[in-house]
Design a protein around this ligand. Structure first.
Ligand code: DC
Length: 227
């Protein structure tokens, strides 16, 4: 059996609800690496903007917010499916940040060049230390183009909407499949057509279509690429 060193910087990109966080977390746990979900940063900026009633259409205001935002990531304080606590202004916003209001506005915020510059500089600084699994949309293309392994995890919009629906139901929340599907498609469109750092696989990414695979199969496949 060959025993090569696992890749130190792993970039994991893909559309909304393709299973990136689940895969990224298990991969990081199994390799003893840091798991860093960069979507949290875009969501956090969006949450603060909504909380303070800032004009989301004002790119300068939102960019300044992204440059100054204090986002605190802490080890999970509860076993409710979270991978970390996200604390903003002394408030635990871990789940609120995943709610409908943020979902509906985060694509607009993350399309601003100034916002992306501010947040991706921080992401790059953390990622370049190595031993990291970084999850997002542009990690392999923009944030860490030198990543040792790039994965692009894809699935059909229908499958991703179904997974999001099942997650919400499992957490005891209300969910409407058709509405979720509509929003997944809308978010894909905005994320992949924006001018700056659009969602797309890096030329050297391994593309995985997880439609007919469960989380364990995807994990085993990617772990095999690492070892
Ligand atoms: O992965 P997520 O659904 O939590 O991401 C939320 C939004 O943030 C998503 O609509 C796209 C954006 N995002 C991005 O543009 N670049 C990243 N590296 C991560 C997320």
């Amino acid at each position: 059996m060959t025993n090569k060193t696992p890749p130190s910087i792993i970039a994991l990109d893909g559309p909304a609800a393709s299973g990136k966080s689940t895969l990224g977390q298990s991969l990081a746990d199994s390799l003893g690496y840091l798991f860093f979900d960069t979507g949290i940063m875009y969501r956090a900026v969006t949450w603060i903007a909504l909380q303070h009633d800032l004009n989301l259409k004002d790119e300068a205001v939102i960019t300044e917010l992204a440059q100054k935002a204090q986002i605190d990531i802490r080890p999970p304080s509860m076993k409710d499916g979270r991978s970390c606590d996200v604390v903003i202004e002394d408030r635990d916003v871990t789940w609120e940040m995943r709610g409908g209001d943020v979902d509906a506005n985060v694509s607009v915020v993350s399309a601003y060049a100034g916002v992306r510059k501010a947040l991706s500089e921080q992401q790059r600084r953390i990622g370049m230390r190595g031993k990291v699994v970084m999850v997002g949309r542009d990690i392999g293309t923009v944030v860490l183009p030198e990543a040792d392994l790039k994965i692009y995890l894809d699935a059909s919009a229908e499958e991703r909407a179904k997974r999001r629906y099942d997650e919400l139901i499992a957490r005891g929340e209300k969910a409407d499949y058709e509405e979720i599907l509509r929003k997944v498609i809308q978010r894909d469109r905005i994320d992949s057509t924006r001018a700056v750092a659009p969602l797309r696989p890096a030329d050297d990414a391994v593309i995985i279509d997880s439609d007919k695979m469960n989380a364990k199969q995807v994990f085993d496949h990617v772990l095999g690429l690492c070892k």
